[in-house]
Design a protein around this ligand. Structure first.
Ligand code: F6P
Length: 545
């Protein structure tokens, strides 16, 4: 692939950025009555308003030209057709097959993966319904009341995020717990609340080697055996989700109680696979499948819609625009729904583990900045914490507002106020408040002269701060599936433009290797060669024991 920044498409965008200058969004709205219709679209039941972005029609033309120049259409086709696009791990990337709800085959090396996908999905559904209906019982023959998922990263964040998001349709007898951290506080806190005879542990790890998960699983197993369970009872209380049957068996879980998936499912793209078992347990087979339906609808949209009217493509390109031409180094995610509280954390892994790279697919240094820092909190809480910086700080930080039109509760007044705040924030970020407006406001409040002028600069809002607003019809499994698939494809689009592999994560390895060595040293083993800081810290920990 030719140089990104030397391409005509990139240069044209750079020139266009210069022309656009600091043109204010207020003026762009004033100059174009059709701006909202022009810069909004619907896909898979989601509605995206991207009119509050620093773009004009020409910007979108140039951005889509860049996408074509970078081969986005061919890359998209390569992913959907099972090509090994994760080249550093020599793997295909087929999470879309997990939610392929059509009859069409999905081929990998000439073989349709769909029969195996459907077989696991059917087993997951049967198992989930068995637990929910009380047919699957613990060693005292009581029903299961607590599900403890033990996993980390992609084997935790998706199910944890989705179970919280879909709590309105969760089974009333079941309480969901998610243990991820190797900090014993996490597991101990959960074990203190549950009864062994009524708890089902789901040990989720793609590799079944991750130290956090293996350590937590071993401790959970020991706790179970020390609290009334026997070896023979393990089968009723521990199930595994993994691609690694050998290691599951070695851990002592019967592979009959294992739900498999495949190396072509990346950890952070795995909530649609058996990793979603806790979701199926909590909300049931039909709701889990409705989530797959929503994701599939977004997949079809992404695969088929022209780039100019393609939601993930537009969101991805807007991100490239701000990162490349405005120096925006972060993106704030603001879900206006308490149930979506874990969505920012989920997207942190999805985006930053995928696109937090500084070499291209062919191993050369990237030419532009890549993934921004992803962060956020639900509204309206964020408004009372960090929105000050979004409005008046020195950085330009684009925001994705996400809100469900219908609430899953009966407190209609709360929902009205919630949505009012969501819309108000995007408007305030966009229009800002000029010095003249501030003066008029202060004068109306009775202030004048020096006292008034002294306050003006503090109360001016520059505005012109961009945002997207994504409206979901509701917090249903279908809407959630579409939302998450939208972001997955957005991340893919950006990886293609930046020329990076979104599907490996070598950057997490070094810390793991060093931690293994240091763990031995903390246990009293021979001290290794370290820099003075690391040696000093190891010494401090050993001295405190
Ligand atoms: O360390 C990063 C990572 O490999 C993630 O990509 C992954 O989601 C997580 O660890 C957990 O891995 P596993 O499911 O194999 O335990």
């Amino acid at each position: 692939m030719t140089s990104l920044t030397n391409s005509n498409a990139w240069r044209a965008l750079a020139a266009h950025r210069d022309e656009l200058g600091e043109q204010h969004l207020r003026n762009l709205f004033a100059a174009d009555e059709g701006r909202f219709e022009r810069f909004s679209l619907r896909a898979a039941d989601l509605f995206l308003d991207y009119s509050k972005n620093r773009v004009v029609p020409r910007t979108l033309e140039l951005l889509t030209a860049l996408a074509r120049d970078r081969g986005l259409e061919a890359a998209r086709a390569a992913m959907f057709s099972g090509k090994r696009i994760n080249t550093t791990e020599d793997r295909a990337v087929l999470h879309v097959a997990l939610r392929n709800r059509s009859d069409a085959p999905v081929e990998l090396d000439g073989r349709d993966v769909m029969p195996a996908v459907r077989e696991v999905l059917a087993r997951m559904g049967d198992f989930a319904e068995g637990v929910r209906e009380g047919r699957w019982r613990g060693f005292t023959r009581e029903t299961i009341t607590d599900i403890v998922n033990i996993g980390i990263g992609g084997s935790d964040l998706g199910p944890a995020m989705a179970c919280q998001a879909l709590a309105a349709c969760g089974h009333e007898r079941l309480t969901m717990h998610f243990v991820s951290n190797i900090d014993g506080d996490h597991l101990a806190g959960v074990l203190a609340k549950v009864k062994p005879s009524r708890t089902l542990f789901v040990i989720a790890s793609k590799t079944f080697t991750t130290v956090e998960t293996m350590t937590n699983a071993a401790s959970a197993r020991a706790w179970f055996l020390a609290n009334g369970g026997s070896e023979a009872d393990i089968a009723k209380h521990f199930v595994a989700v993994s691609t690694n049957a050998e290691r599951v068996a070695a851990f002592g879980i019967d592979t009959a109680n294992m739900f498999g998936f495949w190396d072509w499912v990346g950890g952070r793209y795995s909530m649609w696979s058996a990793v979603g078992l806790p979701i199926a347990l909590y909300v049931g087979r039909d709701n889990f499948e409705a989530m797959l339906d929503g994701a599939h609808a977004m997949d079809r949209h992404f695969a088929e819609a022209p780039l100019e009217a393609n939601m993930p493509v537009i969101m991805g390109l807007l991100g490239v625009w701000y990162r490349g031409f405005f120096g925006a180094s972060s993106l704030s995610i603001a879900p206006y729904a308490q149930a979506l509280a874990r969505v920012p954390a989920y997207l942190q892994q999805l985006e930053m583990e995928s696109n937090g790279k500084s070499v291209t697919r062919d191993g050369k240094p990237v030419e532009t900045a890549t993934c921004p820092v992803i962060w956020g909190e639900p509204g309206t809480n964020g408004q009372h914490a960090f929105f000050q910086l979004l409005h008046q700080g020195t950085d330009l930080i684009p925001v994705d507002f996400i809100a469900p039109l219908a609430a899953s509760h009966d407190l209609a007044e709360h929902h009205r106020l919630l949505l009012a705040n969501c819309i108000a924030q995007s408007k305030a970020l966009m229009v800002g408040k000029t010095a003249d407006e501030v003066r008029a406001e202060l004068a109306a409040g009775g202030l004048s002269g020096e006292a008034l002028e002294a306050l003006v600069p503090h109360r001016v809002f520059p505005g012109n701060r961009p945002s997207n607003t994504l409206l979901l019809p509701d917090l249903s499994p279908r809407s959630l599936g579409a939302l998450i698939a939208l972001y997955e494809h957005k991340v893919f689009v950006q990886s293609v433009i930046w020329g990076i592999n979104a599907f490996d994560q070598w950057g997490v390895e070094l810390g793991k290797q060093i931690a293994t060595r240091i763990a031995g040293e903390l246990a009293g083993g021979t001290r290794g060669e370290h820099d003075a800081s690391t040696a000093g810290l190891i010494g401090a920990v050993r001295a405190a024991r």
